[in-house]
Design a protein around this ligand. Structure first.
Ligand SMILES: Cc1cc2nc3c(=O)[nH]c(=O)nc-3n(C[C@H](O)[C@H](O)[C@H](O)COP(=O)(O)OP(=O)(O)OC[C@H]3O[C@@H](n4cnc5c(N)ncnc54)[C@H](O)[C@@H]3O)c2cc1C
Length: 433
């Protein structure tokens, strides 16, 4: 039996961030991770000298970037050129990404070019929170007239959110993500695994303890108060605070009578987003100029991350492709479609192939801000004193990893703000104490 101030369940980016901020506040903290390594979905694997993330990952200038900088992480890598192609009717066309490509793209009429440029200008300055209550479709149809400008925006907003349909995502958060993307995405040297190593080191330096390969099986919350964390291997840890940095469905399994808490609402309203991910390492690029493409009438994206990041020890080019999936994905068809896009961009790639990785259905996020959401999850589970949630799904308007870091910090801030008298008032209000 051990006793600590804070137990974090899950050692992904949300869990690591929460642990660091708890330790910085002087709390004795333990992270418990069921896998034998930390990182969750942000790990990287080295295959035949090439570094592969679990699908294409880029870091935008949002909450996560600011948090990692605040923590002193080095974040080695570069911002790639934004020069891009659009896949339309099975052909490649230059997309407007700078003045030259705007004027030369065959996709847009003169009127379309003007509308595209003026919309991007407006977007770069807009406060997008005003669009939190309308869908992407409503925003596009209310703000853009030219059909091809609409198509291109749908494609950019899909890439920003990973969500296929424009009717569900709230427009505000995705427009903000697009704004951040337009400031330049960062591709990390050696993949996101380096980020995890840096977070791990930072946490260890602050005294956080890690238990890996140990699965949490339940949280003891007698009388509506967090008391103990129980693990499958028999480990028991007494604690005042638990941060559930897992998916909403795992969170609900770990908490007795969770169906009577907000965890139930958060799980019921959650909409999962998945993608098929194909990554290839090639000896050389058959078409060196064709490195980045958005699907316009296909829900795909291709990016050669090696054009900006160090991703292989021997100069191999690491290309990531994503197929944004809808409700009923078909892994074989998705692979065929992704290979088709690679044929279009890099004809003859099979002869240059060193190694490939295909992940047919990755969960990009367990939930996001969408039009059917009743409430934003967390930070506190109001019915149980000392219980918190964090993770990309606990978004209050942030997207993907920004939601993971922001929710983790919200949990710690809330925990600290309720210490002493105020905490009693918070829970009395909810009828627990
Ligand atoms: C294909 C793909 C592409 C992406 N691209 C981007 C991108 O370009 N930009 C971006 O910002 N984000 C991107 N993301 C999202 C980003 O990877 C996630 O937001 C982030 O990694 C989520 O971190 P997390 O800590 O919330 O969850 P996770 O990484 O899933 O961590 C949860 C952890 O909890 C552990 N766990 C679960 N149950 C238990 C238990 N009972 N006991 C102990 N441990 C437990 C799990 O093993 C896991 O390690 C992408 C994701 C995918 C899949």
């Amino acid at each position: 039996m051990q006793k600590v101030d804070v137990v974090v369940v899950g050692g992904g980016i949300a869990g690591l961030t929460a642990a660091i901020y708890a330790a910085k506040a002087g709390k004795q903290t333990v992270v418990i991770e069921k896998q034998n390594r930390l990182g969750g979905r942000a790990i990287s694997n080295k295959k035949k000298g090439a570094y592969f993330n679990l699908g294409a990952h880029s870091l935008y200038k949002g909450d996560a970037y600011a948090t990692f900088r605040e923590l002193g992480l080095t974040l080695q890598g570069k911002r790639p050129s934004s020069f891009a192609y659009g896949v339309w009717k099975g052909k490649l066309n230059t997309l407007p990404s700078d003045m030259k490509s705007l004027f030369t793209t065959p996709l847009l009429s003169w009127k379309g070019k003007m509308e595209f440029a003026s919309c991007l200008m407006k977007l770069s300055k807009a406060d997008n929170r005003q669009f939190d209550r309308i869908s992407i479709r409503e925003w596009v149809e209310g703000n853009l007239r030219d059909p091809m400008v609409r198509n291109i925006f749908y494609s950019l907003l899909r890439a920003a959110s990973y969500v296929v349909g424009p009717d569900l995502p709230a427009a505000g958060p995705v427009l903000k993500q697009l704004q951040n993307a337009l400031k330049g995405a960062l591709y990390l040297d050696r993949g996101w695994g380096e980020l995890i190593e840096e977070l791990h080191k930072k946490a260890s330096d602050l005294g956080v303890r890690f238990l890996t390969n140990i699965k949490v099986s339940s949280i003891d919350t007698r009388d509506g108060i967090v008391r103990q964390v129980l693990c499958k291997d028999g480990t028991k840890i007494d604690t005042h605070y638990v941060i559930l940095a897992t998916s909403p469905s795992i969170a609900i399994e770990l908490v007795p009578f969770a169906e009577k808490t907000a965890l139930h609402t958060w799980k019921e309203q959650a909409i999962e987003v998945t993608a098929a991910c194909l990554d290839v390492a090639l000896k050389r690029l058959p078409k060196p100029k064709q490195q980045f493409a958005y699907g316009i009438d296909q829900t795909v994206l291709l990016s050669n991350h090696s054009r900006a990041a160090y991703l292989s020890d021997d100069g191999a080019q690491v290309i990531s492709l994503i197929k944004y999936q809808g409700k009923e994905p078909d892994p074989d068809k998705d692979l065929q479609e992704l290979e088709g896009v690679l044929d279009l961009m890099q004809p003859g790639w099979r002869e240059e192939l060193i190694v490939k990785q295909y992940l047919p259905k990755m969960t990009v996020c367990h939930d996001f801000m969408h039009m059917k959401r009743h409430e934003n999850p967390g930070p506190a589970v109001p019915e149980i004193q000392g219980l918190y949630v964090a993770g990309e799904w606990a978004s209050h308007g942030e997207v993907l990893v920004d939601a993971a870091t922001a929710s983790a910090k919200r949990a710690i801030q809330h925990m600290l703000s309720l210490e002493g008298k105020e905490r009693n008032a918070f829970y009395e209000h909810r009828g627990i104490i």
